[in-house]
Design a protein around this ligand. Structure first.
Ligand code: S3P
Length: 444
């Protein structure tokens, strides 16, 4: 893959328009690879996200002996090796920038007969892993972290047993890692979440023939899996990533008087908290042609410019919009009044501390921001141009590119190379709708 530019210059633009498609869903692409790898028979993945995060997971599975093929215009094919068909890798598995990659792989590898070592890039090496390692140890796994972070060392040959576990936070990564380990465990693994989180793993496991028990009682969500069990390989169609569409949804709210159409977007309700928040702020968003694509709901999104107003974002929506806060803060900068986000401490544990990095960037552009432990208050206002550092966080880089619809002078964004982890053709799609975002001038 050609290297993505490590800086952008985003020139001010008045408006955008058009019809676009954004790349395949990152969460679903990771899961399709991992579940396909341990299923019986082939899994064909249509619309796989060819971003660096998912490619790192693909390389890790190949190092564990799984054959994965891609021929032009054909779906990605994963030849499943069955639950016990993975083999020891001869190298450390490097999951790059991906929290989903490393946490889910840890769950998958915890019950294997062989040892594994997992690591990632400088950002991933700062991210908390005890949230998966600790409950996995309670299931019988032997895992060493490095001060709670990667690199991780997993010792093979442990017999896993089911666990009844109350997750301290609504995290799809923790839930999914434990569900994957639960496939290998004797007995039932029950996971109790304090709120809903994305349910792609549950949907895909069910579509591969597994019976899960799921209950919801108010905010409390419980899922149980009884192992050991086998999965059937199948054909999986990956919808376009709602979290990639989010940049253009907000861009259109700010500056698409004639509307912008985004095709074939995944609208799983555990992902679309941003739509609820933006509509509350006054956004004009229509879901057209709602349908199912395999196990997931999809729709075409038609978004038209509207007057946004600041709101207090209900904290229970945070897990349903967890990846969308960088771009939501840009919407807040465009809104009349103040938008307050609270209960979002988890944002400090993403690819960067997203509360701090967004607060710094918005402040540099003249927007009034107050930072709290668990959120930000952003007051809409005139945005000037200037320099912002995305600190290698793909979603922050793309968010400030969209801010060029608000700014009066160019925005120079540094450390943008990681955009290739989730949205490798972002610059092309941005150009298609009329944004003027180009590789920056400084040395890469
Ligand atoms: C993801 C879950 C979320 C999200 C991440 C992808 C997943 O993380 O932020 O980008 O694919 O399960 P948490 O579950 O840690 O909140």
């Amino acid at each position: 893959m050609s290297k993505h530019p490590n800086s952008y210059r985003a020139e001010p633009v008045e408006s955008i328009a058009g019809t676009i498609t954004v790349p395949g869903d990152k969460s679903i692409s990771h899961r399709a690879l991992m579940l396909g790898a341990i299923a019986e028979g082939p899994t064909l993945i249509h619309g796989f996200l060819d971003g660096e995060d998912c490619l790192a997971t693909r390389a890790a599975l190949e190092a564990l002996g799984v054959k994965i093929y891609k021929h032009a215009l054909q779906p990605l094919r994963v030849d499943g090796v069955g639950l016990h068909g993975l083999r020891a890798a001869s190298k450390v598995l490097d999951l790059g920038n991906s929290g989903t990659g490393i946490r889910l792989m840890t769950g998958l590898l915890a019950g294997q007969a062989f040892d594994s070592e997992l690591t990632g890039d400088a950002s991933l090496q700062q991210r908390p892993m005890e949230r998966v390692a600790s409950p996995l140890r309670s299931m019988g796994a032997r895992i060493d972290t490095t001060d709670g972070k990667p690199p991780l060392r997993l010792r093979g040959g442990s017999k896993l047993v089911g666990l009844d576990y109350a997750l301290p936070m609504a995290s799809a990564q923790v839930k999914s890692a434990l569900l994957l380990a639960g496939l290998y465990a004797e007995g039932t693994t029950t996971l109790r979440s304090p709120g809903p989180s994305r349910d792609h793993t549950e949907r895909m496991l069910t579509s591969m023939g597994l019976q899960l028990e799921q209950t919801a009682d108010g905010q409390a969500h419980t899922v149980s899996i009884t192992g050991p069990t086998t999965l059937r390989g199948r054909e999986i169609s990956v919808p376009a990533d709602f979290s990639a569409a989010a940049f253009f949804i907000v861009a259109a709210c700010i500056g698409a008087p004639d509307g912008l159409l985004i095709k074939n977007v995944g609208v799983n309700p555990t992902r679309t908290g941003l739509l609820t928040i933006l509509r509350e702020m006054g956004a004009d968003i229509e879901l057209e042609a709602q349908r199912r694509l395999g196990a997931e709901p999809v729709a075409d999104l038609f978004v038209r410019q509207s007057e946004l107003r600041g709101i207090d974002v209900p904290p229970e929506l945070v897990p349903l919009a967890i990846d969308e806060f960088p771009i939501l803060f840009i919407a807040a900068a465009a809104a009349r009044g103040t938008t307050r986000v609270s209960g979002a401490e988890e944002l400090r544990k993403k690819e960067t501390d997203r509360l701090a990095v967004m607060a710094q960037g918005l402040t540099a552009l003249g927007i009034a921001v107050e930072e709290q432990t668990g959120g930000l208050s952003v007051t809409g206002g005139r945005m000037r141009g200037g320099a912002v550092d995305s600190r290698g966080d793909h979603r922050i880089a793309m968010s400030f590119a969209v801010a060029s619809l608000l700014a009066r002078a160019p925005i120079d964004i540094s450390s943008t190379a990681e955009v290739a982890t989730s949205f490798p053709n972002f610059l092309d799609v941005a150009t298609d709708v009329g944004l003027k975002v180009r590789p920056g001038g400084e040395p890469q």
